[in-house]
Design a protein around this ligand. Structure first.
Ligand code: ACO
Length: 272
């Protein structure tokens, strides 16, 4: 366990877990937490063999968003400080979105503003059914920024995104599943088990394939079909080279021997 001021990081083999750790403040993200998150992501990247990163909150909440006092109120009269503080936050949000390992938000309690955003920036998300998500910015007179509007528009339909942006209403975990912000909502007492199950489905995959699968998804969403095909074919050759053709020499060989069914299961990476 790596203990930073406001974040704890646990790396166990292919799984890293980041615990936001200001439970008394509902894990509101203060400037120190933004610095710590960059440090945690550095440490995970340095570990190299991490396939899944789970982000969760200690205590009864995922995160009540930006620390409204430490990030906004106090530095407001010092524009340089305000700007620098903001940049550190924006840096890790963007790193999270582009992170090479699979990112999973495990959400309980409150997830407002930055907490909503982090959920939306992660590749996957599991929430307790009774979570309260919200884009509360409009409730104190601004609009969701720093990527929060982006997270809304890229996870929700136009009508739902605008509803939550314009009203500041809260969304339960169950609603978040229905609208696409999270993959699954479960009773709070099942959150750990559901997340572990999801992580289990990721970590038995080839890490290079996971990384390239994310890249191909992200890069092809805005391309027309011919360009998307050109890109994914190039990436397929890259994958073959980087994995010594594991998909042919191991996975499909196991299928040929009928030792597994690709439609229902993953090949065994350590068995020829
Ligand atoms: N920034 C700073 N401090 C916060 C934040 C926040 N975003 N959220 C909670 N806290 C603090 C509270 O001020 C309180 O501190 P105190 O013990 O020193 O008084 C402590 O965390 C516990 O919070 P309470 O308000 O006592 O808990 P309660 O359960 O009554 O309410 C709730 C929780 C609903 C999250 C409430 O604190 C709240 O509305 N917080 C603001 C949420 C928000 O709008 N976040 C900003 C999103 S926008 C963005 O991220 C850019």
């Amino acid at each position: 366990m790596i203990t930073l001021d406001t974040v704890n990081l646990e790396i166990e083999g292919p799984v890293a877990t980041i615990y936001l750790n200001r439970p008394d403040k509902k894990n509101a993200m203060n400037p120190q937490m933004h610095r710590d998150m960059n440090e945690a992501l550095d440490a995970i990247e340095a570990a190299e063999d991490v396939k899944a990163v789970v982000i969760t909150g200690n205590g009864d909440s995922f995160s009540a968003g930006m620390d409204l006092e430490e990030c906004f109120l106090r530095p407001y009269d010092d524009p340089q400080l305000f700007y620098r503080t903001n940049l550190v936050a924006l840096k890790w949000f963007q790193r999270l979105k582009a992170f090479p390992a699979v990112t999973i938000a495990k959400v309980n309690g409150y997830a407002f503003g930055g907490g909503f955003e982090v959920t939306g920036l992660c590749d996957l998300a599991i929430a307790a059914e009774d979570v309260k998500f919200g884009l509360s910015e409009i409730n104190f007179g601004i609009f969701p920024a720093g990527g929060a509007s982006w997270a809304a528009t890229h996870n929700l339909s136009r009508k739902q995104a605008l509803y939550y942006i314009l009203t500041g209403a809260t969304m339960t975990g169950t609603e978040a599943e229905r609208y696409g912000l999270v993959n699954k909502a479960v009773p709070a007492e099942e959150l750990d088990a559901a997340t572990e199950k999801l992580v289990g489905r990721i970590v038995n995959k080839n890490p290079v394939t996971l990384r390239l699968a994310k890249e191909v998804y992200e890069r092809t969403t805005h391309l027309d079909l011919p360009e998307a095909i050109d890109y994914d074919q190039a990436k397929l050759w890259e994958l073959a080279r980087l994995t010594s053709n594991e998909w042919i020499t191991v996975a499909l060989k196991q299928f040929e021997k009928r030792s597994y069914r690709p439609g229902l299961d993953t090949y065994k990476r350590d068995v020829a």
